[in-house]
Every structure is written in C-alpha cells, then in structure tokens.
Design a protein around this ligand. Structure first.
Ligand code: ZN
Length: 189
C-alpha cells in the first residue's frame, strides 16, 4: 500500500500508539489501514459418490484441478459464497450439508472454509474460470495434478470417511516449509 484510500495522501508503515505490530498509517489524515486474512469458501459437491472438481483456467496453478472455492464477497455468508462459487466455476447447483473443514494458511493470509454438499442434478459445465469440470471418485482423482495442498488434504479426509458415511469437522493448519521444491506440513487440531 502506498496511498491512503480515504484522502489519497501517502502512507507509511509504522506501529500505531497502543498497538504491537506495524500498520499502514496515513501521514495526512492518520487513518490506520488494518489488513486481515481473507476467507475462501468452497464446496465438496457430491453426486452418486463422486466429487466435483474444476480444472483452473486462471493463474495461479492454471490447468490443475481444484474444488470450487473462492473469496467471499462483502455482504455474503460463507454458505452463500460456497454455493455461488460452485455455480460460477462449475455451473452447478448444490445444496450444502455441513461445514467439513477449516484450514488456516498463514503464509498467504487465507482461511479456507469448505462445506460438504450434494449436487441437485448431474448438470454442470465449465464456468469462466474453469477449463473443464468433472466428477471423480477416490481412484480417479488426479492426485498429481491438484492445484493446492488444501484441496489434496480435503479430498484425502473426505474419501477416507466416505465408505463409512460418517463425516467429522476438521481444523488444520497448512504451513509452507519451502518454496523450491514446494513443501508443506499440515497439522490438525
Ligand atoms: Zn489519509
């Protein structure tokens, strides 16, 4: 951030009085511009035992597979965001069942909230941000071509529980250990 969104004056990074970490503070109007993590809401949408995945038409991870998920919009609930993203990315209508997994990704300041859900019908197609959309069971999931660690973790949990038909609620922290090669560690609460 270089300029204040309130008055367009320059900002500087400093610790405001009474605070304990640096913030962007406007040099002119003194507005403190707090920055906080973004919530990504998404859906594990099942149809006859298979899960809907989208192949990304956008960066990052163009061409790799992901669950329908995206940043919440202002004024939305997490459930609305998950349903909307499924409609936008997979042109699929879904009914949510329950929250399934919350993942903290502190290295990119994101929190994922993934819901279990059921497709209302077998109608889906690639939305603007997808190259293709398809249903996968555990054996057909493109495990080596998944876009994000959070997707791999979620699918492992889900397909692990699917045979028993009983689903938990998971909270995990995904930590990036290195950039090259890309390595992560996931810890569950
Ligand atoms: Zn200002």
């Amino acid at each position: 951030m270089k300029f204040c969104s309130e008055c367009a004056g320059p900002v500087s990074l400093r610790v405001p009085e009474g605070d304990d970490r640096p913030r962007y503070v406007c040099d002119s109007c003194c507005t403190i511009h707090y920055q906080n993590p973004n919530i990504v809401a998404g859906c594990i949408a099942e149809w006859e035992g298979r899960i809907l995945l989208c192949r990304r038409a956008i960066e990052p991870r163009h061409g790799l597979w992901t669950l329908p998920a995206g940043f919440m919009e202002l004024g939305e609930t997490t459930q609305q965001a998950a349903t909307r993203e499924t409609l936008e990315e997979a042109r699929a209508r879904v009914e949510l069942d329950a929250l399934y997994a919350v993942f903290n990704l502190p290295h990119i300041n994101q929190v994922y909230m993934l819901f279990r859900g059921r497709l209302l019908g077998p109608d889906f197609s690639a939305g603007e941000e997808s190259l293709e959309v398809a249903l996968f069971d555990r054996d057909s999931v493109p495990w080596d071509a998944l876009a994000f660690q959070v997707v791999a973790e979620t699918l492992k949990l889900y397909f692990g529980e699917q045979p028993g038909g009983r689903y938990g609620l998971y909270v995990g922290d995904i930590e990036r250990l290195s950039r090259e090669p890309l390595r992560y560690r996931t810890r569950y609460l």
